[in-house]
Design a protein around this ligand. Structure first.
Ligand code: GTP
Ligand code: MG
Length: 452
């Protein structure tokens, strides 16, 4: 029998930004503040994610958040390491994340991955706030641990305050250069029109109460309808990573955004060749205190409900694809669910032409983002696939008529085995980068040079 019970799930918050700008530290701080507030047990560590319940948000945020004003259950944060492509964070019809924090080091300002992140947020229409991090590094800063930003701001010397102002305005200018009208968050009236900038320090905790308040407020106000799900329905999620795990073989790290998944259930997972139909052998969650993405030991659980991060162990996951959909079959027809997964994969299929470049990317989401960028730059694509660069790709690229198309653009991928040598032999040029717009720029420069 089918049970349908509608409820509100936790909004999924992606934490994005350039390497070392403080994404993980910010999450550590949120966790740490909760521990200090005596809420250690309430924060749950998921695979690749951290769940912070509303009570904890409101305790950390102090007087800024009254839990009675909210009915969403809390926030689920997904950390995305700088070297890892957060373009994986896709789901049915768009972005996996409901909302995002773009972390920018106030001193360092906009950097390549900041720009990359902002391009993707724009493409996927994901609402976001900017955490202007490391305000404690401003010369002469006098920290007030864990305090709301206006209190700490008022307590600074005029010089320290104006040094911070300068950097914040520079940041607001950079946001504007990239097409976003932004302002300090307390001046923003309409968060759908303007991006709020929250000055924070992941080190001292200053501004963290404000950040949580803004996120909670934004989700409640703009996301609530989208958070309404059938909480007991068959689960839907996205593969973050495919990983070999001792004792389990190939496993997938998944963010579940709808329904539930249970041990022994049949699931369909998007694969590099075709959808994989398999049975869940184990659902794994990190043991308490295990590190994000470095967890070595797991707890087995019988059932997991959205929104959550988890690891699924099942046979035949070797060919699973990062960024691809995961669906629980339950009381539906397997073929229907396979069809659903195929349809979702087809959405991402890049329109290709007879003549053009070959594109390889590490995940489905990054392939999609590459395709968008190439289309914008009017660069034709002959073939686009997820995976490392193999000799076969070189042969395909070498069939292009024009020399400027005898190229492979690889995003976040390796060059396998003999591919380098065969590239040299067949005069195929290989470009690789881990920032999409830089990859496109490199290619554009090459095209210009070859026209001289
Ligand atoms: P990746 O995962 O590699 O992309 O980096 P990240 O964005 O997660 O940065 P991480 O949190 O690892 O911080 C990078 C460095 O900046 C560490 O040495 C932190 O201690 C430091 N850091 C982060 N936030 C702050 C801050 O608010 N103030 C100061 N002074 N240092 C900070
Ligand atoms: Mg990190």
């Amino acid at each position: 029998t089918r049970t349908s019970s509608s409820g509100l799930r936790t909004p999924i918050v992606a934490v994005l930004g350039h390497v070392d700008h403080g994404k993980t530290s910010l999450l550590d701080k949120i966790r740490g503040s909760a521990v200090i507030e005596g809420e250690a047990g309430a924060i749950t560590q998921h695979i690749g994610a951290t769940a912070v319940p509303l009570d904890t948000v409101s305790r950390v945020a102090g007087s800024l958040v009254d839990p009675d004003d909210f009915d969403l259950p809390g926030l689920l944060f997904i950390d995305t390491p700088g070297h890892h492509s957060f373009t994986t964070l896709r789901s049915r019809g768009g972005a996996l994340a409901d909302i995002a924090i773009l972390v920018v080091d106030v001193t360092d300002g906009f950097q390549p991955q900041t720009i990359e992140a902002i391009n993707i947020l724009q493409d996927s229409s994901t609402p976001f706030v900017v955490a202007a991090n490391k305000i404690d590094t401003v010369a002469g800063w006098n920290p007030r641990e864990d305090s709301p930003v206006q209190q700490t701001y008022d307590a600074q010397s005029d010089r320290a305050r104006s040094r911070l102002d300068e950097r914040l305005y520079e940041l607001i200018g950079e946001l504007s250069d990239h097409g976003f009208s932004a302002d300090l968050y307390w001046r923003v009236q309409d968060f759908q029109k303007n991006v709020g900038v929250v000055p924070v320090s992941a080190m001292t905790g200053e501004g963290v109460p404000d950040l949580l308040t803004v996120l909670m407020g934004l989700s409640q106000r703009y996301m609530k309808d989208a958070m309404e799900i059938d909480v007991a329905g068959p689960g839907a999620g996205t593969v973050l990573e495919v990983k070999d795990e001792k004792g389990f073989g190939a496993t997938v790290d998944v963010v579940l955004y709808d329904g539930t998944v249970r041990e022994d259930e049949t699931i369909v997972v998007g694969g590099t060749q075709e959808p994989i139909v398999t049975d869940v052998r184990a659902l794994l969650q990190p043991r308490p205190l295990a590190e994000i993405r470095a967890e070595s030991r797991f707890d087995r659980v019988d059932e997991v409900g959205a929104a959550a991060g988890l690891k699924i162990a099942a046979p035949d996951l070797e060919e699973a694809m990062a960024g691809a959909p995961v669906r629980v079959v339950r009381d539906r027809d397997i073929d229907d669910v396979v069809g659903e997964v195929e349809a979702e994969l087809a959405e991402v299929e890049v329109s290709t032409e007879e003549e053009g470049v070959v594109v390889k990317a590490d995940t489905l989401g990054s392939l999609e983002a590459m395709a968008n960028a190439l289309k914008e730059a009017e660069i034709p694509v002959m073939r686009a696939e997820v995976g490392d660069i193999a000799p076969r790709d070189i042969s395909i690229a070498s069939t292009a008529d024009e020399p400027i198309h005898r190229t492979i653009l690889g995003f976040n991928v390796e060059v396998l085995g003999d591919a380098n040598r065969s590239a040299e032999e067949s005069e195929v040029k290989v470009f690789r980068d881990d920032v999409i717009y830089q990859l496109v720029e490199e290619y554009d420069e090459f095209v210009e040079d070859s026209r001289r």
